[in-house]
Write a protein of this length. Sequence first.
Length: 432
Amino acid sequence: MNLTLAARAAHACFATVGACLALIPWALAAPQEPPRAQQPTSEQIDQWIEHARGGRPAVRPQAAQRLVRAGEPAAARLLALSGSTSLECAALGPDLIEAFGSFESPPLRAKLLLALRDPDFPWRPAAARGLAGKPKTAERALVLELLSDPLAAVRAAAIDALRALDAQDARELLAARLADEDDRVRRRAAALLCDWGDRTALAWLLEDLARGDAFFDRTTGQMARYEAWTFLKQRLEGTSRSLAFQPQWPPSDAQAVEARGALAQALFSAAKSPAIPQLARAAQPAIDEVLGLELRSCRKGEFFLRWNARDELWVGLGNAARLPLAPGTSEKLFAAADAAFRKLGAERFFGEPGCDLEDYLWRPPGAARAEVFRLSKGPQAVPGLRPAALQELARLLVASLPAETDASDPRTTELARRVREALIALGGELAG
C-alpha cells in the first residue's frame, strides 16, 4: 500500500514537471515585455525607439506599438527626441510619426498636426494615418482640407478619418474623390459612400474588376482588381457567395465577363448605374510605350509618364490621359535616352533605398522587358544624386510636356510645372 501511494505521488510529480517543461518553449518565444503593472525602463523605451526607427520593416510597427502600450513614459521620451524643428521630428521616421496619433498625449498630438500642415515634412502620409486612427472632432476642418492634398496617400488617410468621425455631412466632398486621379483614393471613397447608404458608388469597384492595364511590366490592372474585389465582396451582403468572381481571371475571359455581368445585374437591377468619369473607366488603350518616367516624391506626389513612337505622351495609370506631341518629339527623346543609357553602362541604381524614387524606363522595339534606371534617396537632399548622363535627358523630358492641357483632368493640370518640381525635389536642379 505504501509502495502504491509512493508510485502515485511520483507519477503526479513527473506529470507536473512535464507540464512545466512543456511551457518552457512558449515562455521563451513570448515577446519580452514588462508586465502591465511594471513601468518599462528608460533603456527598454530607447531600445524600442531604435527598433521603430531603424529596424527591419516587419519590426518597426511592432516596436512602435510597444511604445504606445508603454504610455506616458514613452510619450515623454518621444517628445524630447522630436526636438523643436521639423527636421528633428522627421528624424524619428514614419513609423514613430504615425504612432504619435495613438498616444493620449496632447503635446505629441500637436506635433502630429504641425507635421501635417507642413508641406515640406517628408512623412506626411504617416502623419495622416496617425490622425486617421483616432481623429478628434476638433480636427474635422483639417481632415476636410486633406481630402484635396497633393499626396494621394494623405487623401486616402483623410477618407479613413472621415469614416472614423462618421462625418456624413461631408458626402459631397467625399463624392468628389470618385474622380480622383489615384485609383486607391477612388476605391476608398466608393466603399465609404456605400457604407453611408449610396450603393451606386459600388459601380466604381465593379468597373475596376474589368481593368487589365499595365505600366510597362507592372500589372497595375490586376492589382486594382484584387483590391476592388476585397472592398466589393465585403459589401455584397451574401451576394458574393452565389456570384463567383476571381480577381486573377484575365478581364476578357468569358467567365470574368459573365461574373461581372451577374454582379452588375445584382447591384443595379433596380437602379441605373451611375456615369463613371473617363479617368476611372477600365479602358485599355494601346500605348506601346518605349520610354517612361516614374516619379515618387514624399513631398511632391507621384507621376507616371510614357512616350511612344507615335509622338504621344500618356499620363497616369489605368485609363491614362493621351497628350499629342509635336511631330518628331519622340524620335528626339529616344535618341537622347539611348545615348544617356549607353553612357551609364551597367549602372542601374544610384543612391540608397528611401521614400524618394526617380525611375527611367526603357523598352525599345523588340525588347521583351523594360530596363529600369533608378535614383532613390531618403527625405534629405543628396547633392549630385542624378548622374550627368541623365541630367540632359530629364531636361528634355520636361521640355516635351505640353504647356496647355485639359484643366478638367487632374493628372494633366499644370503638368510641366509639377513634374519639374518633383524632379528637383528628387534629384536636384535640372541641367540647362
